[in-house]
Ligand binder design. Structure first.
Ligand SMILES: [Ca+2]
Ligand SMILES: [Ca+2]
Length: 107
């Protein structure tokens, strides 16, 4: 799994990488980006390119955003933004995800 599109997702493909050393930098970087970029940022985590974000893909995204508990955050984000309840964040549902993320300090 290579990350061609997303310079922020440096540690994807290395799941054993401890997130603690990376998160401060990611966080500082993300703070300067408006929500439109956050949308593109999330899109970059669609690894299987089915144009929707699975729970695992969300987890990777929140991990890169500096969440200390990305699994939990991904679950909460899904509950919040998955409007049709199919377990995936579609492109249309991405706005809700971005709003949720911004509200919780991921922007
Ligand atoms: Ca996907
Ligand atoms: Ca959905």
């Amino acid at each position: 799994m290579k990350d061609q599109n997303n310079p922020l997702a440096l540690k994807n493909g290395d799941n054993n990488f401890p997130m603690t050393c990376a998160w401060t930098n990611y966080r500082r970087l993300k703070m300067t980006l408006p929500q439109i970029h956050l949308k593109d940022f999330f899109r970059g985590f669609d690894k299987d390119e089915d144009r929707r974000l699975s729970k695992q893909e969300l987890k990777n995204a929140f991990d890169s955003l500096g969440s200390r508990c990305p699994t939990w955050r991904a679950m909460r984000a899904l509950q919040h933004a998955d409007a049709n309840g199919n377990g995936y964040i579609s492109d249309q549902e991405l706005d809700g995800l971005v709003k949720y993320s911004a509200k919780h300090g991921y922007e």
